[in-house]
Design a protein around this ligand. Sequence first.
Ligand code: ADP
Length: 429
Amino acid sequence: MRDFWFRIGAPVAAIALFALLLWGVFSVTAALLFTLLALLIVMARHVRQLSRLERWLHDARLETIPEAGGIWDDVFSHLYKMVKQHQQTRQELAAELQHIEQATAALPEGVAILNESNRIEWCNPLAQQHFDLDAEHDFMQDITYLVRQPEFIGYLHASNFSEPLVMRPARHDDMVLSIKLIPYGANKRLLISRDITQLERIEAMRRDFVANVSHELRTPLTVVSGFVENLQDMRDINNDDARRALHLMAEQTRRMDNLVADLLTLSRLENDQNPPREELVDMHALLNEIYQEGLLLDGNKHVLRLDVLSGLKLRGNREELRSAFGNLLGNAIRYTPEGGEISLCWAERDGQSVFSVRDSGIGIAPQHIPRLTERFYRVDRSRSRETGGTGLGLAIVKHIAIRHHAKLEISSEQGKGSVFSLVFQATGD
Ligand code: ADP
């Protein structure tokens, strides 16, 4: 700084001194004329450098920085350092950016950044491939104009992204994508797409296999159980051991029959990609039917109650709903000791319709509850078998719930009883 003032002050001081000398030797006019002339020359030099600086600033490149003397030499050399540092930082940032781009390009998933109005700010090559995007053309375009499937648009506008969306892109319908939206920062969203075509194929093969095996088992099983029934009806079989064997055979074929029937129901529900055929279901009538069937199945072992507290009808598939409600009631009967209470209830809760089955049965320990809807998951294998369970009932209920956009809620206390509720979002009138 001192250097700066010295460089500015020195010429002015020299002019002033020389002017004083002129005043002493010649006259005040000569001194003033000299001062004026000298200051004009200094000013002209500064104006010239300023204009060079101004011209350079239009295209500030290191190679074209002007050379100058005096104070301007300092100014230009500072500018030189600044521009050089700026260039270096830019190069480092560009290298960093390239690094990140290379890393995201190598990701096995499609990644796109969407702003608050769903415009594409950036996407990696896999996202371009999945959604058929053009990186240059589609930059800052609204993604809902480019990917128009209603389920995708619905997912984008939803507020809950905990579950991924599975969809087939419009232009590659042989591809299956799993899509997830992750909100971050101020209203930005990361759109992650994963190609799950192979996984889906394996899953479809598994479903087909189970469906085919169950189907193939059906005929031989019907034949065997028919013969067993015929043999049981024969009066001339008097041997006790043979009678016992026939009884066991009949019991086991019935179990297998139930198992195959449940497997086929589950396969049908899993394979049916179409939404269920819907109608407005009169819940009062349906629940009465289920209650009457429950009374028959129960054979007066428990106290059964039906509370229809809501007059709302339900939009859904009557047969599927009947199967789900019947399964829950069947379980309550099977897992409640004799003399216990079981109540069926249809009610409204926070604008939702709820079907629930409450029992005073054996209850379920908390660690089992999240796994109950898995196929063949049983808390007590032998009890399930003894009571004629297949281990597939709650898996069927869960699938039916999903198809009806409903939620299966389970609350239970060991030794005290359980409540299984199906919570339906949309109600009919
Ligand atoms: P299962 O044919 O074995 O009953 P489910 O899928 O219907 O198969 O049920 C899975 C398991 O959940 C059952 O084995 C049982 O342990 C438990 N469970 C279901 N309902 C009840 C209930 N009301 N009370 C106690 N446990 C239950």
